[in-house]
Design a protein around this ligand. Structure first.
Ligand code: NAD
Ligand code: UDP
Length: 314
């Protein structure tokens, strides 16, 4: 059935993929963004669709709209961007989520909150299951994002308990793919752009820290399925459970691009998690979640995207 759907952060990397999917399925989509890290180029191709609408707005301010579903994705996701103005990051997570929950309550919409693996902090349990409460520094440089996202989860569950708001909470693990900003600063886009430009590849620390990288198409399916599933509110981990060191990632990007770039080592940022891998048991059980694109294949697609992007910039 056709729905009216609000996607906050809809001009960002993941948000733009959600908008595109929903527009093509015939839903009425409102993309809301303040363009802090997203851009109109991510959703320009949707602007001729009659069922697509764009609003420049900041989620920290209230807004009144009539919608059936809300995907709350507004928030910078890259450490350099969310640390650029940490107070604003907190406001986006706390006031932004409050505003969206208030809207969901008022119009009885279902709301899906984009939470993150960062709520596990520097995890002492591995892989991370949803029942793990995490190991988070409250006063570090990542805290604005980690604690902001933790509070946004709390808000969702309190609105659910006290106001019967129809919530869904997903915890996204490192996701990459086309439409990441060229200066996003996260590791996959950094390494690919550096490699394509034959610049030094910057490993922070000794590169032994691990991450589990998910290609955006697999995540997108999990997100849409979670929104449309009944009798399950989460939280649920979504990502890819293949685990790689940052050094392995750098070596793979070098091999796949055939670059002349050399690896250089820089200081490891404060509170950088040492290991991260999702336990996807619940996603598989509740959503029949499946990984279809492994790292090498996803990197090839992303390399092709950035290669084309850089050529068009010239
Ligand atoms: P992104 O930075 O590309 O997208 C975020 C979007 O939100 C941008 O378009 C930005 O302009 C917009 N935005 C930021 N603050 C806003 C505000 N106050 N009002 C309105 N719009 C605002 O990042 P992304 O990777 O697409 O992440 C999207 C969401 O998914 C974020 O909430 C992020 O925390 C979450 N997430 C992403 C990952 C990942 O690996 N990509 C992992 C965990 C969680
Ligand atoms: N990283 C790196 N070089 C870069 C960017 C990131 O070595 O140019 C490292 C970073 O220190 C972290 C990992 O890659 O250990 C993932 O970083 P990212 O910012 O992508 O995501 P997050 O730390 O939030 O998982």
């Amino acid at each position: 059935m056709k729905k009216r759907v609000l996607v906050t952060g809809g001009a960002g990397f993941i948000g733009s993929h959600i908008c595109e999917d929903l527009v093509k399925k015939g839903h009425d989509v409102i993309c809301l963004d303040n363009y802090f890290t997203g851009g109109k180029e991510n959703i320009n191709h949707l602007r001729d669709f009659k069922n697509f609408e764009l609003i420049r707005h900041d989620v920290t301010e209230e807004i009144r709209l009539e919608v059936d579903q809300i995907y709350n994705f507004a928030c910078p996701a890259s450490p350099i961007h969310y640390q650029n103005n940490p107070i604003k990051t907190i406001k986006t997570n706390v006031l932004g989520t409050l505003n969206m929950l208030g809207l969901a309550k008022r119009v009885r919409a279902r709301i899906l909150q984009a939470s993150t693996s960062e709520i596990y902090g520097n995890p002492l349990e591995h892989p991370q299951k949803e029942e793990y409460w995490g190991n988070v520094n409250t006063i570090g440089i990542r805290s604005c994002y980690d604690e902001g996202k933790r509070l946004s989860e709390t808000l969702c569950f309190d609105y659910h308990r006290y106001n019967s708001v129809d919530i869904k909470v997903i915890r996204i693990f490192n996701t990459y793919g086309p439409r990441m900003h060229i200066e996003d600063g996260r590791v996959v886009s950094n390494f690919i752009v550096q490699a394509l430009q034959n610049k030094d590849i910057t490993i922070y620390g000794d590169g032994s820290q691990t991450r589990s990288f998910c290609y955006v198409d697999d995540l997108l399916k999990g997100i849409i399925d979670m929104m449309n599933t009944e009798n399950f509110i989460g939280p649920v981990n979504l990502g890819n459970d293949g685990e790689f060191t940052v050094k392995e990632l750098a070596e793979m990007v070098i091999r796949l691009t055939g670059t002349k770039s050399k690896i250089i080592y820089k200081a490891l940022p404060q509170d950088d998690p040492a290991r991260r891998r999702p336990d996807l048991t619940i996603a598989r059980e509740k959503l029949n979640y499946q990984i279809t694109i492994q790292l090498e294949e996803g990197l090839k697609k992303t390399i092709a995207y950035f290669d084309n992007y850089l050529k068009n910039m010239k």
